[in-house]
Design a binder for this molecule. Sequence first.
Ligand SMILES: [Zn+2]
Length: 108
Amino acid sequence: MKLNRLRNLAMILMFSAFIVMYLSSFSTLSPAKAILLPIGLSVGTLILLLSVAIYFRLGVISMRLPQVRCPHCERITKMMGASDGCMFCKKALRLDVDEEGDYIALKA
Ligand SMILES: [Zn+2]
């Protein structure tokens, strides 16, 4: 669930970058505010690069996260850290290791 939350954050950042760049394009309507255009475009581009970096990093992290079966809804979910929520039913889970050394999720 933490993974989904971070993905949502990256998506919100991406949209806010578009909004910043779009709004700054209106600044050319008056010469006094024209200076805002390059500033808005630069800030928007930086936010966009940041969210792309977050997406890229999350993709790498997501590959390494242990996949476990949720004891509540029986679906396969990924856990980030020792305690996390199920990605589907959002119930709290605790990461543990069984006798064979495999990761399992327990009800928290
Ligand atoms: Zn679940």
